[in-house]
Design a protein around this ligand. Sequence first.
Ligand SMILES: NC(=O)c1ccc[n+]([C@@H]2O[C@H](COP(=O)([O-])OP(=O)(O)OC[C@H]3O[C@@H](n4cnc5c(N)ncnc54)[C@H](O)[C@@H]3O)[C@@H](O)[C@H]2O)c1
Length: 158
Amino acid sequence: MTGVEVHRPKLRRLRVGESPVREPGLQAAFAAPVGQGRLRATDDLGAAVKAADVIMVTVGTPSDPRGDVQLDAVDRVTGDLADCLRHLQRPPVVMIRSTVPPGTVGKRVAPQLEEAASRVCVCHHPEFFREGSGLDDFVRPPSSSPACAPLAVRARRR
Ligand SMILES: NC(=O)c1ccc[n+]([C@@H]2O[C@H](COP(=O)([O-])OP(=O)(O)OC[C@H]3O[C@@H](n4cnc5c(N)ncnc54)[C@H](O)[C@@H]3O)[C@@H](O)[C@H]2O)c1
């Protein structure tokens, strides 16, 4: 698994197995796969996309002073992904994990990616983990309901 991070100081910490997030058990769960070479961090989006079966987008979506969600980082990463996907024969599944308003994936993200790569599967995974207990919520979720296009479902089944 490869994480792509553009913030240099954070990338340096991730590369040596330091979790930027504090919660019980997370540091150990993060450091072990980094030490074993199963989890790595990079700023090379193109190489990471080429090697990926599934891409999970987790860029920040802060609120502005009026309470509206700011989608600048989602727009930027969508554009960057579109450039990377353009020449791939078998594009990966792209899953949006960032918190976005309803309709953002279908009307704003997917059309741009599908224009770049007609066979790309774009889906939304809006499951929310509570801050401070994300690991436990991941292992024992109360429920899990991903939603994706039929093509994406077929791709995942294969
Ligand atoms: N689904 C959940 O359970 C859950 C839980 C917490 C947060 N979230 C959502 O996840 C998103 C991220 O939250 P966060 O608290 O980690 O935000 P954050 O701002 O702390 O982290 C986002 C990271 O993305 C990096 N980034 C931004 N643009 C990038 C790009 N183009 N390429 C690579 N990296 C890039 C930033 O440098 C930053 O380190 C938000 O939308 C938040 O609402 C979801």
